[in-house]
Design a protein around this ligand. Sequence first.
Ligand SMILES: [Zn+2]
Length: 249
Amino acid sequence: MIESPVRDSKSNGSVERAVRTWAAQVRTLRHHLESRIKVKVPRTSALMTWLVAWSADVINRYKVRSSGRTSYEHITGHRGLQAITAFGEKVMFKYTTDKTKRNKMETEWDTGYFVGINSRTTEYLIAKGSGIFSTTTIRRQQDDKSYDPEIVTEVNVLHRDSVMQGSKSTPTEVRAHTTTPSLPNSAVPPVMPRRAKLRQEDFIDFGYTVGCPGCESIQLESNVRRGHNEKCRKRMEEELSKTDRGKDK
Ligand SMILES: [Zn+2]
């Protein structure tokens, strides 16, 4: 088994701060949306899973670190996107043209709710009916039309289900926390024990796996802790194997 080194109070403090930042972001977005739609967003709603995921993105993309770059830039090497709309806002959007150009809807505008950005393609994610659509083109509506309480019942796809369906052949999407990731070690990675014990601090170091039920429950601060999926465990074990903690075995 992996033995964890004793953490000093300083590093525990930064862990607590990071978790607080995350929770505060979720609260802020939730309150903002609720004040506009005039109804509560239930904690157990599908919409809430998107709000939690977007909160992480907001922190990663827009929070400028002491180095002057956001953590999103650290990961991707690209500058973060400009947020042109708020979470849950009802916007107009165009369906993205498919490769065969058979999509008749491509030139027509429709309305849906902004729920995030696809970090791979940087397209906007729009919830519409029971679907999540990716689009490059959105337009804000007049203020009196820009929020709709129907969003609470209309969005019924869980964030992780959407990610799972859309990422079958792509690398595991990672949403990093705001602490500096350790540099990959050039040394040969040690052989890892069968299963590493994953701790909350590890996710703050290495980020949450998009689409993992365990990671989602941490972010939701849920009392019910769910297990991490295989994809998540694999990624975390790889990350841990690069650290002193992993090397100590
Ligand atoms: Zn996980």
